[in-house]
Design a protein around this ligand. Structure first.
Ligand code: ADP
Ligand code: MG
Length: 664
């Protein structure tokens, strides 16, 4: 791939600026697409209203006169001949343009028109004329020192360069099928659009290409996995599952049972399981995952359960222990805070097969952890294995089945893409007896009322979560902090109740200790940042108060709210905010995670839905999943057809696509 420094005119200085924009190769450069287009339409001055923003083009008719004022201000005045006659032009602080504005120079002038004086006070002067009626101007993300204009120049130089620096990834069949122009032409149009119509066509072509490549990758991963015969083939019997169900303290919901049966079938199959278990917070995914681990252990393999935080890992550990207490499985928790000796002991027992289920964070799949025969990895909450991590597991010569749990309800568009290479089990039905959490949006001025409701809840013997966006005060923010709330809550309730805090900066041992005390009801009010967002399960906590609720995305609020209403007590969630209440009211109206994520998706775009970790997977340069759904569906179909078409297996393009998947 050609380095961008090969582009004529790019010197060391502009090279580092281009790098700053994430542009390293010629391909990156030509794919630095405009984020917006300005449409310059010639104004009919005779129709222009006073003070309107006008755009005219014409030729300079008089030598510009430069006037200088105090404080370094200056102004250029000249006359311009336009199609509609002569008009005066003034522009401030562009003395440097004087030498370029010679008589006869063609310019486009944008500014405010004073009809009485027949003068335009220009905000901008560009060289050239408006072709036809309008000029479509690409606007790029720039960085200081690198202007829109110089970027455009480099991009256009790069487009004109010969050679194989820019690949065309659409197979000829589909180029023909959709009458697409070639890549170079499309790039040229996107960076220099002659008309809106042509621009749209070129954009569709480039979006299709991007989505085709993406879906080809997904299809490739899915199909190769289907055909891999390297998974573990187990011989589990249906009785195993039925017996297991009868050991549970409650009946599983229909959806939970279905999920268990799907996993059961995957485990018995020779191919590797790659399954997503999706269900709203509190829908009972963890039980399903524990049963999957139990089945895996029954067939003689070890299981690992990976959680995003230690608090959560600890909680899973207690749940697994409790649920499997009547079995003879050895269950262990691996934590950062353990001593070296404790860890070494775990590693030793693990390698000898004396631990059957290991629970922890990412540490579970790191170098020094070696399993005797790891058969199943369960990961909680959006921890998708990157290709690298999968390789890490593979390098140990083991091919465990993988079960992902996610509480993020995924809109249809997404399910097709990021999880497109997985099989999915969905739990929609909530366990019986759940009472939906009542949610209220309150303004800062209603604090007294909020405290009264809290008091009522505490008097009934229940516990409360209080959430703030920040831990401690910072200079440039007046957001509510955990520490300031601790003072306030102590003032209001400290005489009768125990109040404590947890946040991400605490040592994990301390966090666990406090969470443990909250669970045992030794603490009644727990103040926290969003560290408790995922998974913590305290059924006696029946109320949550979220300060500066407008600071959070709806999906985050939904996850937070999922911490209450987990038992049989009617629970409440209070969102405190004096702004952005319209958006927050969606939380009052529904407790359906799917609906909320759809709203979030509409309001915030896809960027925030999965947090930044996922964004690498999902960042498209030109396609937009929401707007380009139809193209996505088409690209998905075509790329699968292309992948499965054996006659194209020797095509360079196909090899290249596959190589690019395996190399990252
Ligand atoms: P999730 O992981 O989906 O957020 P959990 O598995 O933590 O949900 O389940 C939430 C709570 O509901 C737990 O206390 C769990 O014991 C309980 N639970 C799960 N399934 C059922 C069920 N079928 N009937 C009753 N309670 C259940
Ligand atoms: Mg299998």
């Amino acid at each position: 791939m050609l380095n961008v420094s090969e582009v004529k005119g790019v010197g060391p200085k502009s090279l580092s600026l281009l790098n700053k924009l994430g542009i390293f190769t010629v391909e990156d450069l030509v794919m630095h697409y405009p984020f917006r287009y300005d449409i310059l339409k010639r104004t009919d001055l005779s129709q222009a209203l006073e003070e309107d923003r006008v755009i005219v083009d014409g030729k300079v008719e008089s030598v510009p006169i430069l006037l200088r004022f105090k404080a370094g201000l200056n102004k250029l005045n000249f006359r311009l001949v336009t199609q509609a006659g002569v008009v005066g032009v003034s522009i401030f602080n562009r003395a440097f343009m004087k030498s370029n504005l010679t008589i006869g120079t063609s310019v486009i002038v944008i500014g405010k028109y004073d009809r009485k004086k027949n003068i335009i006070t220009a905000s901008e002067i560009k060289f050239g004329l408006l072709n036809q009626q309008e000029k479509i101007e690409p606007v790029y993300h720039c960085t200081s020192g690198l202007s829109n204009k110089s970027l455009a120049t480099y991009i256009n130089t790069a487009i004109l360069m010969n050679g194989k620096d820019v690949c065309d990834y659409i197979p000829a069949v589909y180029q023909d099928k959709y009458h697409f122009s070639n890549k170079r032409t499309a790039l040229n149009i996107v960076h220099n659009p002659p008309t809106m119509e042509k621009l749209k066509e070129a954009q569709i072509r480039l979006k299709y290409e991007e989505l085709f490549m993406f879906m080809f990758k997904i299809n490739y991963l899915k199909e190769t996995r289907k055909n891999e015969k390297i998974g573990i083939e187990r011989d589990l019997k249906e009785e195993h599952v039925i017996n297991m169900f009868s050991l549970l303290p409650f009946d599983l919901t229909g959806d939970q049972k279905n999920a268990v049966w799907e996993i059961f079938q995957d485990l018995n199959k020779k191919s590797r399981m790659n399954r997503l278990l999706q269900g709203d917070v509190g829908s009972g995914k963890t039980i399903v995952a524990i049963l999957a681990m139990y089945l895996n252990c029954l067939s003689g393999y070890q299981s690992a359960l990976m959680a995003p935080t230690e608090i959560l890992a600890t909680q899973h550990y207690h749940n697994v222990k409790e649920l499997l207490k009547d079995t003879d499985l050895e269950i262990e928790l691996l934590k950062g805070s353990q001593t070296k000796k404790e860890k070494q002991d775990i590693y030793r027992r693990l390698i000898h097969g004396n631990i059957h289920i290991l629970i922890g964070t990412h540490a579970l799949i790191q170098e020094e952890v070696t399993y005797q025969n790891l058969g199943l990895v369960v990961t909680d909450e959006q921890h998708r294995f990157g290709v690298n991590q999968r390789a890490l597991l593979n390098n140990k010569g083991i091919m465990p089945d993988i079960l992902y749990m996610s509480a993020t309800p995924i809109p249809r568009t997404y399910a097709l893409t990021i999880y497109g290479d997985m099989d999915v089990s969905i739990i929609k039905e909530m366990p019986k007896g759940r009472i939906p959490v009542k949610t209220f949006v309150k303004s800062d001025s209603e604090m007294k009322e909020v405290l009264e409701i809290m008091n009522e809840e505490l008097k009934n013997g229940h516990q409360i979560y209080v959430i703030a966006p920040l831990i401690e005060e910072t200079e440039n923010s007046d957001l509510t902090t955990v520490l300031s709330l601790k003072d306030k809550m102590t003032l209001a309730f400290g005489k009768k109740y125990q109040i404590d805090i947890v946040h991400g900066k605490m040592a994990s041992g301390v966090k666990d200790l406090i969470m443990g005390e909250f669970k045992q009801n030794k603490i009644q009010i727990l103040i926290s940042t969003t560290v408790i967002e995922v998974g913590v399960d305290v059924p006696n906590a029946s109320m949550m108060v979220i300060f500066d609720a407008n600071r959070f995305g709806l999906s985050t609020l939904h996850q937070l709210r999922g911490r209450v209403g987990r038992g049989s007590i009617a629970s409440k969630c209070i969102l405190i905010s004096s702004v952005d209440t319209k958006r927050l009211e969606i939380m009052e109206q529904t407790t359906d995670g799917f609906e909320i994520s759809e709203e979030d998706f509409k309001l915030r775009g896809h960027g925030d839905l999965f947090g930044t970790k996922q964004s690498g997977d999902m960042s498209f340069k030109i396609a937009n999943l929401r707007q380009d759904y139809k193209i996505l569906v088409q690209a998905k179909r075509d790329s699968l057809e292309y992948f499965l078409d054996r006659s194209s297996d020797n095509d360079d393009l196909k090899k290249q696509l596959i190589e690019s998947i395996n190399s990252n």
